[in-house]
Structures are given as C-alpha cells and as structure tokens.
Write a protein that binds this ligand. Structure first.
Ligand code: HDE
Length: 692
C-alpha cells in the first residue's frame, strides 16, 4: 500500500523552523562537532519514509554520542553550588607578613571566582536545606592560583581527615532507602555525631540560624584551618582567614526555610544572580587573625584543631582586602561544575600547618578532580587556568590543549634554549617553610584536642535569647526525625556537657527525660566569656538595602501610596516586587496599571524580607477568602517580618488570624513610606518570636 505519509523532501514537513534556515550565512550554519554543515537538523537518516534509521547517519551519532556523555560525576559533597566572578582588591598591603602577590600593594586587584554551595544534597536539591554552606574562593594571582576553600562556619565536625568519609556517609541519604536528601535530620547522621563528641561545637553552629542563611550575600566565610603567612625573608606567622559580608549577616527562620524550599528551591542562586545582574554587587572584607607561636602556646586550645576558633574579642580580625562579585557565570557547566578547587593550590607567601584536617584535604581535592573531570589537564579549562604564565614539563594526557612546543620535555635540558626552558627560581619560587618535625609515627589524637564542649558552650551563651531558642528548636526538630530513641538520648547526654539549659530545653521539646551527662575527658570550662561576633543578630545590617519588599496589590490599590512605598524602598537600595491576585496588569486607583511580579499563589511572603499590604477594599475582601493570601499575612507574621498595612488591609489581616503589634506600621498616606523603610532597617520584629 502506498504510504500517505509525507517524505522528508516535502518542505512543509521537514520539521518546525527549517524554513527559517534557508540560505543561512556560513558562520550561522548548524554543524556537527567537526564542523560539517548540516542540511537537516530535524530528521535522522532512514530507509524510505518510515524505515529504520541508518548506522551511517553520522550527524545523528555525533549529536547523540555527545548527549549520552553530558553528565560528569557530581561532587560527592558540595554538589549543589552557584558561582560568580569578581575581584579582590588589596586595602592594606602587608608585605611584612606575607609575600603573597595579592597583598603587596594597596589597590592591587586580583581576579577571583567564588563558588557557594550546600554540602549534603545532590545537584538538584533545594537551597534552603539546613546545611553548612561552602564558600570557596579561587584567586588568579600573578604567582599562580590560590584557592581558599572555606565554609560559612569557622569550625568543623571532625579533627582528623580520616573521619571525613564516615561523616559524609552518615549525613548523606541512607543507602538502603535512598533518603533523606539534603538533610541531617535522620538516624545515621545523629548516630554518628552522638558517638563523636568532637562534633559538638560544630553541631551548635549547625543547629543555629547560620545554616539557613537568607542569601549567600549575607553570610560570613572562614578558611577554618590555621594557615601560615610567609614573608620575603622567609619569616612565618600563623593566620586564620575571614570573609565578612559588607551587607551584614542575615538568616531566615526554620519554618520559613521549609516553605521557601517549596516556593523557590533556587532561592539562593536566584538571589545572587539577581543582585549581580541589577548592579548591586555583593562585597566581603577579607580579614585575617595573625598570630605567632607564643600566642598559639598561650591560647586556651590547640590552633591546629579545626573544631576550635579564636574569638575575635581575643584576637581581632584585621581587614586587608575586599572581594566584589560583579559577574554571573555564562555557562553553569563550564564554570560552576568544572571549577576545581583544592586546598593544595597555594602561592608563595601562603603555607600549611599540621592541622590534620588540612593535611588530609590537601590530598583529597586533587584526587577528586581527576575522578570528576576525567583528565589531569583540568587545569587548562578556562575557569581553572592560571592567568599568569605556566611553564612546566608535564606532558600529554587526555584532552591536552597546549601545543607544548620545543624538543626538550625534561628539566634540566639544554635543547630548548634559555628563553624557552623553564628553570626553578630559587629566589622567588615557592619554598616550603623549613619545619622541624620529630617524634614516633603513631595513630594518636593529641591531648590538646580533647576538650569537646567548652567552645560549644561559649557559642551557646553568645547567642541572643531568640537565637538560643532557635538552636533549641533546631535540635528538637532534627532529633524528632530520629527514630531510634537511644540516639536521641546520647545527644542529650552530650548536650548536658554544653549547657544544662540547652539540654533541658531540648529534652522538654522532645518530651523526653534528661539523661546523665556523657562522660567527658575534659570538664567543660564555664569561664569563657560570650563573644558578640558569634551572633548573627548582633551583626545585622543597619539598613534594608539589598533586601526585598513584597507589596500586595489589587485592582483599585491607591496609586500614590504604591508609588510612594516603591520609591522609598528603591531609594534605600531595596528591591520591590508586586504580588497580585493574578499575573495580568493591575488597575490602580488614580490611573494607570502596574504589572505584578508574582500571582499570589506563587508569590508567598517567604520570598520577601518585609511586606506591605496595599489592597483596595474590594481587593482585600476578595483576598480574605483565599488561603494563599491568608498564608501571605500569617506567615509574614509568624516569621517576625515587619508589615506595612494600607488603609483597606484590616479585613485581610483579621481573616489571617493575626493581631497587629509593634511590628506593624500604618501606611495611611504616601507620607508614611519613609517611616516604614526606617522600621525595616531592623529586618525582623524579634519580640514577636513565636517558635517559628
Ligand atoms: Fe571539603 N571536599 N573536605 N571541606 N570542601 C570537597 O572536593 C574534604 C572540609 C569544602 O565549590 C571535595 O571538589 C575532606 C572542610 C568546600 O567545588 C572533596 C575533608 C571545609 C568544597 C573534599 C573536607 C571544606 C569542598 C568534593 C576533611 C571548610 C566545595 C568535591 C579533611 C574549610 C568546593 C571537590 C567547590 C569539596 C574533601 C573538609 C570545604 C571530596 C577530605 C573542613 C567549600 O575533595
């Protein structure tokens, strides 16, 4: 029977869009990977009009071959990340301390690339998981790439790198069921940490609001380990690195985080992208705590122990440079996925200490890149390639892109000529500092690492009342997800060594009896004073700049009021977005329309730092009957947000079951807008804190 189907030569059926490709210019042609221009991008080569596909179809095979190999292994930890480009500018030259190239001259600029990440979840997990955030910075210096691969928390869970695979296995989804994703709230994680008291200090940080940052822009970064600065004379000092956001610190509350994950799982990456694209470039001050052997010997804890920090009140942070992120990535795979960080990437002027965690990391990062990127030549990828000259005799390997000219492939050689044969530079080249090491080889944890609770207690007493309550609630939330009661009891026993109020409050929230304190090798010190630097709330911003106001509008909203609120907040450096019953234009009283950014069902108040309710009377009556609008108000209230109310908002507020308090401000007329901006500088109305 003759087929009625069209043939590939019937122009109308060649495939959508092909008519657009008639007579395309040479440089615009669709080609194979090897450059052959294609005459058809829509149909594979078949026998007859319905027949089998031919193996000879090189164009199909070229395309499918590449597609089949698109994925590379995601990072075993820190899989989900987001990156941006920027510059590090030296504010305070410190050649007396280090010969590191970025710090030799005030005003010196060094290209930088930063990747922020969560740790536990896979690449597709949600941004607001309760998790540590990676804060990895690659600096393309004149003397090679320097990577400061840090976190947003200054301490870590374990003291020895050999425990890292155990920690990661414990926190990742359980192997017999494949869940939970991106969550520490499950048995294996708490089982492990309850048996590893050295993790207690980090657990306090993890259960604090540090692990639910409002944005990457509003969090600190830390190098964690003690490193060394080395100056041109070869003199070395210890150094700890800090990134301090000039935007101030800010986190969300847990109930809000849970809802953001549903409303916008990309909340953090969208925030960074939007800020940079709008020209609101985030900045961090790079600060250092520099100290010598004498300080280290005197200090309460071992400076090689990554479960400890040096309080800023004991050793102030000196700001030496400023990082500005001003360019988003062009291609997530090429940059965000293929960037290869490593603690071993240091430059002259930076050296290591014997921190056992750092020593282990120096091995792991190089090793992992070969697995992920598949070739030793990953340093040639644009995002990883140094910006300074690279000369060596490393040759060949998969995907070699360097033509590597000349005859000599070894060092020393006399055949490539003086101008082409790289030589070690004994004067300016990298020299590891001469360290005296001695002692028997042993598998031993130093006694100076044995105090697991004192700094955990110090962290707890450094939190505001609201923050302490958040820590308690976070422990209770996580432990309530732990099925085995023995694990919960062990955690409570450890917490007794931190602070009895903490242990008792968590036990109360779990409705569990308080066990005896766990045995501690070293008694908890109660003399360490509170450190204000450890609180988020005490280090917030002094304005609403960089934050987002959500304005609820309906047909009939007052134009003058909407405009005044918008102008006041935008004038203060904030972003204003409108939320309306539907996404189509809203007609304002006073003339004109505005186009909302969100329809109410997809624009819950968790996406904003503060809200203004400016509906018309009819609009408020309509919204009062919608669950999403009621949630908009009741969630903003529950999350301690500042709420501006227009003249007609009352019925909606009442229907949301909310009693206005001092965190509300009447926006009766356009003249009230400035007062609302001023109120919002405090970000939240914590007096309302209702165990969100
Ligand atoms: Fe990592 N870590 N880590 N880590 N880490 C990785 O490297 C490792 C540790 C950190 O955005 C891996 O490229 C060991 C501390 C960040 O690409 C891997 C130990 C700190 C990132 C690895 C630690 C970090 C990683 C996985 C214990 C804060 C993401 C993929 C000794 C100071 C970097 C990769 C990015 C990534 C190993 C502990 C920060 C497997 C063995 C402590 C920010 O190599």
């Amino acid at each position: 029977m003759a087929s009625k189907r069209p043939t590939s030569t019937t122009p109308d059926h060649r495939g959508a869009g092909d008519e657009l490709h008639q007579g395309v210019k040479r440089g615009e042609r669709l080609t194979t990977a090897t450059g052959t221009p294609l005459g058809d991008g829509q149909n594979s080569l078949k026998v007859g009009d319905r027949g089998p596909t031919l193996l000879e179809d090189f164009a199909f095979r070229d395309k499918m071959f590449h597609f089949d190999h698109e994925r590379i292994p995601e990072r075993v930890v820190h899989a989900r990340g987001y990156s941006a480009h920027g510059t590090l500018e030296c504010l305070d030259a410190i050649p007396d301390l280090t010969r590191a190239a970025p710090f030799q001259r005030k005003g010196k600029e060094t290209e930088a690339f930063v990747r922020f990440s969560t740790v536990a979840g896979n690449l597709g997990s949600a941004d607001l998981a309760r998790d540590v955030r990676g804060f990895a910075v690659k600096m393309y210096t004149d003397e090679g790439n320097w990577d400061l691969v840090g976190n947003n928390i200054p301490v870590f869970f374990i003291q020895d790198a050999t425990k890292f695979p155990d920690l990661v296995h414990a926190v990742k989804e359980e192997q017999d069921r494949g869940w939970p994703q991106a969550q520490s709230a499950h048995d294996t994680f708490w089982d492990f940490v309850s048996l590893m008291p050295e993790s207690t200090h980090m657990l306090l940080w993890q259960m604090s609001d540090r692990t639910i940052p409002r944005s990457f822009r509003f969090m600190e970064g830390f190098g964690v380990h003690t490193y060394r600065f080395v100056n041109a004379d070869g003199d070395d000092t210890f150094v700890k690195f800090h990134w301090k956001p000039r935007q101030g610190l800010q986190s969300v509350v847990w109930n809000e985080a849970l809802k953001i994950n549903g409303a916008d799982p990309d909340f953090h990456r969208r925030d960074l992208f939007a800020a940079i694209e709008s020209g609101d470039f985030p900045q961090w001050d790079l600060g250092v705590q520099v100290f010598d052997e004498a300080f280290a010997d005197d200090f309460d804890f071992d400076v090689l122990d990554s479960t400890k920090l040096i309080p800023e009140e004991v050793l102030p942070v000196r700001v030496i440079a400023r990082l500005t992120l001003d360019r988003v990535v062009d291609n997530m795979f090429a940059e965000n996925e293929q960037v290869a960080f490593g603690t071993h990437n240091v430059i002259p002027g930076i050296d290591f200490t014997n921190d056992p965690l750092l020593q282990g990391r120096n091995f792991s990062y190089l090793d992992t890149q070969l697995k992920r990127l598949g070739s030793t030549n990953f340093t040639q990828l644009p995002v990883n390639a140094p910006r300074c000259p690279v000369r060596h005799f490393q040759r060949d390997g998969h995907m070699q892109t360097d033509p590597q000219l000349g005859r000599g492939t070894y060092e020393p050689n006399s055949l490539t000529g003086d101008d082409r044969g790289p030589r070690a530079d004994v004067v300016h080249g990298y020299q590891s500092i001469a360290r005296e090491e001695q002692g028997p080889t042993r598998r031993l944890r130093a006694e100076s690492f044995a105090d697991h609770y004192s700094q955990a207690r110090q962290f707890f007493i450094s939190q505001t009342d609201v923050e302490q309550q958040h820590v308690v609630s976070a422990f209770a939330f996580e432990l309530a997800k732990v099925e085995d009661p023995r694990i919960r009891t062990r955690v409570l026993a450890n917490l007794r060594n931190v602070h009895d109020d903490l242990a008792q409050s968590v036990a109360d929230e779990l409705a569990m009896p308080l066990p005896d304190a766990a045995e501690a090798v070293v008694a908890t010190r109660t003399d360490l004073p509170a450190s204000a630097a450890l609180s988020i709330q005490l280090n917030g911003p002094d304005s609403f700049a960089g934050r987002k106001l959500g304005v609820l509008v309906t047909d009939g909203s007052d134009k003058a009021l909407v405009q005044a609120v918008t102008a006041a907040f935008e004038g203060a450096g904030a972003v204003v977005e409108y939320v309306a019953p539907a996404i189509g234009p809203v007609k304002l009283k006073g003339g004109g329309t505005i186009t909302p950014h969100h329809a109410i069902d997809g624009g819950p108040s968790v996406l904003f730092d503060a809200v203004a309710l400016l509906p018309s009377a009819d609009g408020a009556a309509d919204l009062a009957g919608r669950a999403s609008a009621q949630d908009f108000v009741s969630d903003a209230f529950a999350h301690c947000k500042l709420i501006g109310t227009g003249p007609a908002a009352a019925p909606l507020v009442a229907k949301a079951g909310v009693e206005p308090d001092a965190g509300f401000l009447d926006l009766a007329t356009a003249g009230d807008a400035d007062a609302f901006v001023g109120l919002c500088a405090s970000l939240r109305f914590w007096d309302r804190d209702i165990r969100a």
